[in-house]
Design a protein around this ligand. Sequence first.
Ligand SMILES: [Mg+2]
Length: 328
Amino acid sequence: MSIPPLSDLRTVAHVISLPLVTRFRGIDTREVVLLEGPTGWTEFSPFLEYDDAEAAVWLAAAIDFGWQAQPAPLRERIVVNATVPAVAAGDVTSVLARFDGCRTAKVKVAERGQTLTDDIARVRAVRAALGPEGRIRLDANGGWNVDEAEHAVHELAAFDLEYLEQPCASVDELVQLRERLADWDIPIAADESIRKAVDPLAVARAGAADLLVVKAQPLGGVHRALEIVGEAGLPAVVSSALETSIGLSMGLALAAALPQLDYDCGLGTASLLGADVTSRPLRPESGMLPVGRITPDRDLLERHTAAPDRREWWLARLERCHAVLGTG
Ligand SMILES: [Mg+2]
């Protein structure tokens, strides 16, 4: 992939700050860079704590989506899941209400500072809200060790789980847990093990997962993510990285181009944002999102422009990541 000059990127870059409805990943606001590339609007939004080497992969994705033709979509709409952050059980109904028509919910568990009792109460509330036909998947973000994960499964399996996402942090632990859960028929999905790994295929080779959670930005873009899924030979769920509707349109392009898509995708996360850059944000309607390019509204870009010091911080980061790609 050819990398456009830094000056081209700077000219079309808008640094944006959006409020979140609920605290998520320990943050209350989401900062992103939106870029108007020759093939459409694109997003560069690595989380603040990521180093330049990791963030540069996200820049490669932004350039792929904004400067390259994308693969032909195989579907026009993508079925998506609701996302339930580690909220109190009493707040579950109001969270789910923001995801119109979603039959599947991904529930965050193993949150630092909480206990399994909190998780059980939250999952019970989600099951009550969705009814017996609803699908519930759990995401522990690697927060359990193997014993804790096994114990949690014993307690939570009664709620009928679709799969368990990144129950433990390391690939070795996932392999062990998968062996211990062999009789339970609960698939294990790998997320961080792919997204943050130097070798995203190690998890597939080790037999550590039954399916992959793939995200366009952390994997270097739609084209690269398609290659990784193809090489892994496992079913994939496309998920988001708490992006604006522009970044979500990149995830939808990936989901639309996957040869096989058996699971509802985690791309409904615009519902976690308190504002967006388009007056028609990609929030689920009847549990689905449309595939296609998104153009932000100028007045919303202006309204949500980040403070000058944050703009400088992001442009400096953009420059460093651009340098990483140039020498990489
Ligand atoms: Mg995850």
